[in-house]
Write a protein that binds this ligand. Structure first.
Ligand SMILES: Cc1cc2nc3c(=O)[nH]c(=O)nc-3n(C[C@H](O)[C@H](O)[C@H](O)COP(=O)(O)OP(=O)(O)OC[C@H]3O[C@@H](n4cnc5c(N)ncnc54)[C@H](O)[C@@H]3O)c2cc1C
Length: 434
């Protein structure tokens, strides 16, 4: 049996390991290394790292459609993609202390009142909630450890020698003498927190890559009552609009309700915003937040363009907040105010995005028409960004690099963009190994 090393104990890596041991793979041949902590040690503010990665501290909305998030059916076909996502959702239920509480929202018809301004994507979403995810994480981790899987926590992988099949990771005792660990097969699932590392490897090994579109926008927040009519139809509603001729499309992204919180994300030393929701009634704040994300095609060097735009929205380690009705930024689930610089207008967004900011302003104006009580009772956190660095070209049958076929890229490292797709990619790779 191959010695497998999984870099990143995120959703993708953990689902891969689970599929392997579920099917009799010797757990002692699997090592998972992560720069974050085990689910027993991980702190609430450690949003991106540790067991289940960004998914472990997220809102746990498990979307069940191949058109949402990154590409999955491209690799394995539509039917297989749905079956893989089923497996991921079942894992979340299987380790859930109260699986009957996982709710599924499944809207079937586009409501008339949002037309003609918006379309609504209709697909089922399973909702787990942040608080239960912590318990799921512990049960899931125990299962893997009981099956012999070896975890190395709080160590960052700093290099991979694809030629010699060796990973290098930091040595806390002797920083100048990093640890080395050999592998026969490597699963690379470093998520968004490891995006720099993926890029570095792509450059170092001159890996062929696929270009990506820019994905940038704002996190919108308002009292939930204004959106209740739509939430009743679809909990994680996805409003969208397309300007085909301009190469621009916009969508509302990752909607949180009831106990909805905005979270700051740190990527490349910059701050951007995202959101999550708690299930426990004690956290209820009756707020709604979601991203308004704009996809822009045809920009030369989209990654550099996005980083440049994000940089223009930073001040002293914070992003920016604007509310036309002078709402104050909300509090995090830990009770502190979201760290953000309040600005008096949306001009700064135009400074960062140029005329593309107009699409976002229009989107908000049209929401004011569709949700009549909304008015100016809203605020936006700037920016929300999805860095889609050019993804390496992989073999479709097992997501292995075309240059090194014992190295598999999975999850957000392969632009998966979401829990179910990331987990499904990990499962897919595990199936190919089995
Ligand atoms: C606040 C928030 C809320 C979200 N809510 C949702 C949601 O409700 N639904 C949804 O579908 N998606 C959501 N997402 C996105 C989702 O969490 C990710 O798409 C998913 O977790 C990606 O899985 P992954 O395994 O690729 O990476 P991750 O889950 O991010 O895991 C990557 C792991 O790799 C580790 N790592 C990185 N670099 C290194 C290194 N050099 N050495 C060692 N370890 C390393 C990290 O510590 C991390 O644990 C949310 C994300 C955030 C930040």
């Amino acid at each position: 049996m191959d010695k497998i090393v999984i870099v990143g104990a995120g959703v993708a890596g953990v689902n891969a390991a689970t599929k392997l041991v579920d099917n009799g793979y010797d757990g002692s041949k699997i090592t998972i290394i992560d720069m974050g902590k085990s689910p027993y040690e991980r702190l609430p503010e450690e949003v991106m790292t540790g067991f289940l990665g960004a998914g472990g501290w997220s809102d746990g909305k498990l979307t069940y459609h191949t058109s949402i998030g990154g590409q999955l059916s491209k690799y394995c076909g539509e039917e297989k993609a749905m079956e893989l996502m089923d497996q991921v959702i079942n894992n979340f239920k299987r380790f859930h202390p109260k699986p009957e509480e996982v709710q599924c929202s499944n809207p079937e018809e586009e409501p008339n009142f949002i037309k003609p301004h918006f379309g609504l994507r209709l697909f089922p979403v399973w909702h787990v909630g942040t608080d239960y995810l912590h318990e799921i994480g512990k049960n899931w981790y125990d299962y893997l450890v009981d099956n012999g899987v070896h975890f190395i926590w709080e160590h960052k992988v700093t290099g991979i020698d694809f030629e010699k099949n060796i990973i290098t990771f930091d040595n806390h005792d002797y920083p100048k003498m990093p640890h080395k660990h050999p592998y026969d097969r490597l699963i690379f699932g470093v998520g968004k927190s490891g995006i720099d590392f993926g890029k570095q490897l792509a450059e170092q090994y001159d890996l062929p890559t696929e270009p990506k579109a820019v994905q940038i926008g704002v996190r919108f927040e308002a009292p939930q009552k204004h959106f209740q009519k739509l939430i009743d139809i679809s909990y994680d509603f996805k409003l969208y609009r397309k300007f085909e001729d301009k190469g621009v499309s916009l969508r509302s992204f990752c909607t949180n309700n009831n106990a909805a919180y905005v979270a700051a994300e740190h990527t490349y030393d910059d701050v951007s915003y995202n959101g999550h929701a708690k299930k426990d009634e004690q956290y209820r704040n009756d707020m709604t937040n979601f991203g308004i994300l704009m996809e822009i095609r045809g920009i030369d060097k989209p990654f550099d363009w996005s980083r440049e735009a994000v940089k223009k929205l930073q001040v002293e380690g914070k992003g920016m907040f604007f509310s036309p009705s002078h709402r104050v930024p909300s509090k995090t689930s830990e009770g502190d105010y979201v760290k953000v610089e309040v600005v008096p207008s949306m001009d700064i967004l135009y400074y960062a995005l140029g005329d593309y900011a107009l699409y976002i302003e229009d989107f908000i104006e049209d929401m004011e028409k569709v949700f009549p009580t909304l008015g100016k009772d809203w605020g936006i956190y700037m920016p929300e960004v999805k860095y889609l660095s050019a993804e390496p070209v992989v073999n479709y049958e097992d997501l292995s690099l075309t240059k090194y076929n014992n190295v598999h890229f999975v999850g957000d490292a392969l632009s998966a963009r979401g829990i179910t797709v990331s987990g499904a990619q990990g499962t897919y790779v595990a199936e190919s190994i089995l």
